[in-house]
Write a protein that binds this ligand. Sequence first.
Ligand SMILES: [Zn+2]
Length: 387
Amino acid sequence: MNYSEPLQTVMEAYSSIKENTIEGRYLHLGHIAPLLKKHTENFRIEEIGRSVLDQPIHYVEIGAGSIKILAWSQMHGNESTTTKAVFDLLNAANLLQNVPEMKVILETCRIRIIPMLNPDGAKAYTRVNANEIDLNRDAKKLKEPESNVLRKEFDEFQPDFCLNLHDQRTIFSAGKVAEPATLSFLTPSMDAERSVFPEREKSMQVIVSIYKHLQSVLPGRIGRYDDAYNINCTGDAFQTLGVPTLLFEAGHAPNDYKRDKVREYVFAALFSALYSIASGRYLENKSSIYDQIPQNEKLFNDIILRNALINNQKLDVSIQYKEELENETLKFVPIIEKIAPDIPNFAHWEIELKDQKIEFPELNNLHENVIVNKIVLNGDIWTLKRE
Ligand SMILES: [Zn+2]
């Protein structure tokens, strides 16, 4: 399926603006430094602080309008998909500046983007920073230098909207169905009662725009994240301070563990949000549609071996990949999560064994929480490991 208006023209040009020098999941400052250098000719770029390990944190500013938007990516170092989409957006702002939908964004908005808030976590491929703190739980205490960089930018820039950009795990489904949550969104709560104040309503309306614009390419694969209130989370904190804030979560699409396809959807969602804000079209949306977006559920495993004969018992084996960095390369290590009859989850890869006996050549005895790189079925080796 194709993208519909107002995304169509820009998405038709996507292959020409995709930043091809970055790909895959492992993305650190060494990868984006040359791109920041390249874009100094096009945009205002400032170093706005340093990480625990003294690595620079930058913003890139695009547009010259009056609506101010603050976005940040890779607050969690191992969540790089939205960063790739941000660099696609920078190319689009440069190369497609005369496309009417892009033009209205650049003329109406001033968008400050921090592409990598947690460069130390990005290098080590960890969620946390170098002090092992989750920056998205540090919004109130503000103990970490990276949290202070973001908060200072928020206070000084005084944005009208915030975009908080993340990745989510492969376990999420969009509702109680066998559809992966390829993208998920959230307008964080502003109090424990999850009240809908006007600021929160605005961010709901922008999410409704994205939901409508991406329906044709991701039917049934857009989810809504849980909105339990936590003032330690950055999105909740900023929205409580009265700035409409949207959380983006890049998720799983079939066979896209490197998230290079999902990156395109994230770019489309970013563009959709910016266009809706710039054009004011989001105000036409009923915020109640937000509640119709299916809520994320944790119903997926990466792999399930179905109906295997193990020790004369018919059993399912669920397997989840653990992402591990080995010599600068990211590996997806398969680990057994559960061995039980009729595991109710869905899987991105289901292997139906029809009561056939399988062997686990690496294991002396089969149990949960062990690595299982391969299985043997009728003398054939099936590799479960991924790179
Ligand atoms: Zn995250």
